[in-house]
Design a protein around this ligand. Structure first.
Ligand code: LLP
Length: 425
């Protein structure tokens, strides 16, 4: 059930009218539903009930402290990709011992910070990274728990920019090199070989590629076990997609169904080959936790009739939501107040000085200047990918809980944007 629905002709987030939120906080504003966020997390938590499993929310999707706090209270761990993200987890009161650290380019400083907080695991992506981590941990008198990100060479059948599990990608250790890399890791004195991970891509509508990746991880875990290297966890990454309401596109598999199939496979394997001994399972979902829990609320500045096209110029732009410009992503747009004016076809564009600054194309809308629009399913990879291009302050963020909108990030002011700059003396 969507938490964004029309009530008496006005689009609401839960029980708060988006028109009232625009009036109170201005536009553009990201508006999230607390109930939707918690329901999305519960879909994972419920399927993991009674099992040795940990959901590490991939906070690159949306790292607002209020969202991290709400998820941490539900028992979430976090998948981080920078020292900055670890600091956010700490600031939000998250447990560093439920943090896993992904990414191909971890710096010495980031490793130190993560080790000093005793994070759960480093997801290592290369041999040089193993050596660097071993050295850093040694210099601190510590042992770093590691997992190797293995590239299972599975085609995730998603957009090339967000497919990560193929041979041509920069991510992970090649499947064929994995055993040798584990042997190297096992010999380094300041590393503790704990697990295996992968992430084959994002916005997968089907779970078949994920289950195929799981098969490949299982194969490796058994081979390692035969060599005396016992892994304690397996981390299948993120990736299950969400419904962007694209016409003609099939809906993604429900999280519960995917997890059911995944656990069934794991249980059958452990029964057949490990005397029923379990293995901890880690997930790194991002988009499926926050994506449909948020919208981007924007105001129509002008309607412009061009020679070939009509433009609906809004106050949100590619700096607020980069997905259309970057990936040609199709995002659903709706008016906040359904009104009785003629419908026309519009490109919905922002004020930025680039032709690539568009949010949606060829949309049939009944709008006038001054109206409010929302972009749906904007909770993931929206605010976290926002920039200050054209010296535009980033949008405000609001979380709705029932009837109450809470401001969880103030709109940036121009002065904030140049506060760290200085002129030559
Ligand atoms: N784990 C790792 C190692 C990842 O690289 C990612 C996403 C995730 C987990 C979370 O994946 P999810 O559950 O959200 O699919 N900006 C793009 C998406 C980039 C995804 C990058 N990695 C977009 O807006 O579509």
């Amino acid at each position: 059930m969507s938490q964004f629905s029309y009530k008496a002709g006005v689009l609401h987030a839960e029980d708060a009218a988006l028109s009232a939120i625009a009036e109170q906080f201005g536009t553009p504003t990201y508006v999230y539903s607390k109930a939707a966020l918690l329901a999305n997390f519960a879909a994972y938590a419920d399927a993991c009930q009674g099992r040795d499993a940990l959901v590490c929310y991939a906070m690159k999707a949306n790292s607002n402290l209020a969202i991290l706090d709400l998820l941490a209270r539900q028992g979430a761990g976090f998948d981080i990709v920078s020292g900055g993200e670890l600091k956010r987890v700490l600031a939000a009161g998250g447990d560093p011992q439920k943090v896993i650290f992904s990414g191909v380019g971890k710096s010495v400083e980031e490793m130190r910070l993560a080790l000093s907080h005793d994070i759960l695991c480093f997801n290592v992506e290369s041999i040089p990274e193993l050596h660097r981590l071993n050295e850093v941990a040694g210099s601190m008198g510590k042992k770093a728990r590691i997992s190797l990100r293995v590239n299972p060479n599975v085609d995730a059948k998603t957009h090339p920019y967000i497919a990560t599990g193929l041979k041509a990608n920069k991510f992970g250790v090649a499947f064929d090199d994995a055993l040798a890399t584990y042997r190297t890791a096992a010999q380094l004195p300041h590393l503790d070989v704990a697990g295996i991970d992968c992430h084959i891509g994002s916005q997968l509508l089907d779970d078949a590629p994920l289950l195929e990746a799981l098969d490949r991880l299982i194969e490796l875990i058994d081979q390692l076990s035969a060599e005396g290297i016992e892994l304690h966890h397996l981390d299948i990454g993120g990736g299950i997609g969400i419904d962007y309401r694209v016409e003609g596109e099939k809906a993604p598999v429900p999280v519960g169904d995917y997890l059911g199939r995944l656990f069934a496979k794991i249980d059958a394997w452990r029964t057949a080959r490990h005397n029923g001994k379990g293995i901890k399972v880690i997930f790194e979902p991002g988009r499926s936790i926050v994506g449909d829990a948020g919208v981007l609320l924007t105001k129509v500045e002008f309607i412009k009739h061009g020679e070939e096209k009509n433009f609906c110029i809004v106050d949100a732009a590619m700096n607020d939501m980069a997905r259309p410009a970057l990936y040609e992503a199709w995002m659903d747009m709706q008016p906040v107040v359904q009104r009785d004016v003629a419908t026309a076809s519009y490109d919905i564009v922002g004020p930025i000085c680039e032709s690539g600054d568009w949010l949606a194309r060829d949309r049939s809308l009944a709008v006038e200047a001054g109206d409010l629009l929302v972009m749906h399913t904007a909770g993931a990879y929206g605010m976290t990918m926002a920039s200050n291009y054209n010296t535009r302050g980033r949008a405000a963020e609001v979380i709705v809980d029932g009837t109450v909108p809470h401001l969880v990030r103030q709109r940036e002011k121009a002065e904030d944007l140049y506060a760290l700059e200085s002129v030559l003396k």
